[in-house]
Design a protein around this ligand. Structure first.
Ligand code: FAD
Length: 341
């Protein structure tokens, strides 16, 4: 059988990592990435890139944990390799602090991150407004370098990357055997998925090189995440807000909240403000679909709707999407759908 032609639509962390997993799992496939925007203009470029899972109510916990663990294991290996600084992946230790002791003192991911433990009294003294805390070491992706690193690896593996807006997945039917939809919030317009909604996030990127530990308010509303070069300060979660313009009032509110957690931030410099739209859904849409039009079929794999936690689970969902692509290829063999092979 000739090589199957696979188009991945989307070049955020989900599209690029899915393309990578397809290349790894099915090296004989010809893979093309098509996207309206590439780095530095995707939502994935705006993200803080911390590996801390966000609850996804419609997805069973064992799956959330599996996807997180696969992602953690994959990035942990990169963080300990010579590729780490180019890929923008590093370990970071810090504290998640709470004003009241949370119901779950040990969240489901506590045995995936490293050294998870309740904070000591001495550590809590640093946070006089908080009564309880968890200390652990996790991974952080510096997002634009990570996306560029993924693109470089894809190109080295022979994957073609093209700038192109896709108005309808059927546009791709004549040229590709399988279409993988990784369009993030773009899936709302592309497919009319009413379950998908934007959750606007505004963050500040500042120069504060003395900060080495992350600090996160337990409800996730305020966070300070040191990266390799810049510290990300957040954040906001504004449901159904499509605005990509930074709001100066929000900038001040984020900065004030972060300074109340870490007063030394008053000395931070070079503030850059970024806004992104989290592709939020009850559960990630990770499934095969066979579209049909006038007797013609199009095999599609969806992988979108990662909400506030796309970096935390991207490798796990990308592996599953690649497995589904394998099912599509198997279905193509010997079927009437294989005309293009
Ligand atoms: P995107 O990055 O938006 O990529 C979508 C791609 O599809 C783009 O290339 C786009 O151009 C393309 N596309 C869309 N429609 C079309 C079309 N019709 N035709 C062609 N191409 C199309 N997650 C974490 O795990 N940890 C964090 O610390 C974290 N922090 C965050 C902070 C903020 C402020 C925000 C906004 C998000 C954060 N996230 C975090 C969430 C994370 O950013 C998302 O879950 C993730 O980026 C989603 O990736 P994606 O590839 O699905 O979407």
């Amino acid at each position: 059988m000739a090589a199957a032609k696979v188009a991945v639509v989307g070049a955020g962390v989900i599209g690029l990592s899915t393309a990578q997993c397809i290349v790894e799992a099915w090296p004989s496939c010809s893979v093309t990435v098509l996207a309206e925007q590439f780095s530095p203009n995707t939502t994935s470029d705006v993200a803080a890139g911390m590996l801390i899972p966000h609850p996804c109510p419609g997805t069973p916990i064992h799956l959330q944990k599996q996807w997180f663990k696969e992602t953690f294991t994959y990035l942990f290996a990169i963080s300990s390799s010579a590729e780490a600084s180019e890929a923008g992946i590093h370990l970071v230790s810090g504290w998640q602090v709470f004003k009241k002791t949370p119901k779950e003192e040990f969240p489901f991911w506590s045995d995936v991150v490293l050294g998870f433990r309740p904070m000591s009294k001495a550590e809590l003294q640093k946070f006089p407004q908080h009564r309880f805390g968890q200390a652990f070491t996790t991974l952080k992706c510096d997002c634009p370098p990570y996306l560029l690193w993924l693109q470089k690896r894809l190109k080295a593996a022979g994957v073609q990357l093209y700038s192109r807006a896709v108005a309808d997945l059927w546009e791709l039917q004549s040229k590709y055997d399988v279409v993988v939809n990784c369009t993030g919030i773009g899936a709302q317009q592309l497919l009319g998925d009413e379950e998908l909604c934007p959750v606007r996030g505004q963050v500040l990127k500042v120069h504060a090189p003395w900060l080495k530990n992350f600090i996160r308010d337990g409800d996730g509303s305020t966070y300070i995440y040191p990266g390799i070069h810049r510290v990300t300060l957040g954040g906001t979660r504004e449901k159904e807000n499509w605005s990509l313009s930074p709001d100066p009032g929000t900038t001040k509110a984020i900065f004030d909240r972060c300074c109340s957690l870490e007063p030394s931030l008053q000395g931070a410099q070079d503030m850059e403000v970024r806004v992104g739209l989290r592709p939020s859904r009850q559960s990630v849409r990770l499934q095969r679909e066979v579209l049909s039009q006038g007797g013609v079929k199009l095999l599609v794999v969806h992988n979108y709707g990662h909400g506030a936690g796309g970096f935390s689970i991207h490798r796990g969902t990308a592996k599953e999407a690649a497995r589904l692509v394998g099912e599509c290829i198997a279905a193509l063999k010997g079927s009437s759908l294989r005309a293009k092979l």
